[in-house]
Design a protein around this ligand. Structure first.
Ligand SMILES: [Zn+2]
Length: 129
């Protein structure tokens, strides 16, 4: 099971994304788990703007920070941001900001890869010397 997928605050299973459904003029967030028998498997999370549920999605309720899945927190923050901005009618701006964020994250990943190679080379030099 991928550790990259965020955890559903309702059932604890990993979910693939967030969905917003409009019921009686109000928007509600659901965690989308995929499809089963042709139907979407969704868990109700809470109303859009409900900070308690947002907190649960961000996995910030945990007391042990070492156990915090920071990748899941980052993903959930981005997903909630997308939901909120779409609701405000600012989807295009949100998309651009998320693309820039993704580029910054890619730079972090590249830096990690580069440093790992450097450390390997240094290790070899130490071994030789
Ligand atoms: Zn769930």
């Amino acid at each position: 099971m991928s550790g990259l997928l965020p955890q559903c605050p309702r059932c604890g299973a990993p979910y693939k994304g967030l969905r917003v459904k409009r019921v009686s003029g109000r928007d509600y967030i659901y965690a989308y788990h995929g499809r089963q028998d042709g139907r979407q498997v969704l868990c109700y999370v809470g109303p859009v703007g409900g900070y308690q549920h947002a907190e649960a999605l961000l996995s910030l309720g945990l007391t042990n920070l070492d156990e915090l899945n920071l990748i899941a927190v980052a993903y959930n923050a981005a997903a909630l941001y997308a939901v909120r901005m779409r609701r405000r009618g600012e989807a295009a701006e949100a998309a651009e900001r998320l693309r820039r964020l993704a580029e910054d994250i890619a730079l972090l990943a590249r830096d990690l890869s580069t440093r790992s190679l450097d450390e390997e080379e240094r290790g070899e030099e130490d071994g030789a010397g």
